[in-house]
Design a protein around this ligand. Sequence first.
Ligand code: HEC
Length: 166
Amino acid sequence: MVKSCLLGAVGIVILVGARTLVAQNPATPTFEVVACQAAIRTTWDGVYTDAQAQRGEAIFNDTCAKCHGREGSGTSDATDPCHDMTPTTPSCALRGDRFMANWSSMTLQNLFDRVRWSMPQDKPQTLTRVDTTLLMAYLLRINGFPAGSIELPSETSQLSRLKYVP
Ligand code: HEC
């Protein structure tokens, strides 16, 4: 447990460019504790870049918008596939209160898996890890989370340390 926490944390530390700190203090207990605390971040901590969200937007418009609407706002179209499925939430919106509530307290790994394995609904399991990550960056942007200077990672070990917090 402690070991996996340290490994994940080291990945993030390397990402922010603190290679020398890791190299010089590979086994310092103080560093281990600090690194583990720093490793748990939320969607408010600037966990994706603008460039990623922009690339994600292009994929979204090509692949997802026909069901989820422009900018994930859902559609009021009677042919919207979500109408039949969930009569109480007649929209495929990927933003707003319902979406926030669905993902609240989940990790970005959960959202990643949901998109990667079941979307696009008419052609599931066709997205690459990289494209799924770019789409996630775009979903974070349309839900009002700030961009930052560190790219959203694609690795399971890192995504599972990022929490979706409304
Ligand atoms: C053919 C229509 C269709 C396409 C295309 C499609 N989706 Fe969906 N999506 C749905 C439907 C219907 C649901 C809800 C039922 C379900 O899970 O199958 C859904 C659910 C979702 C959810 C969960 C929403 C929630 O509130 O928890 C996410 C996230 C999502 N889609 C993302 C995407 C992304 C990203 C793409 C593009 C790669 C995409 N979808 C393409 C129809 C579609």
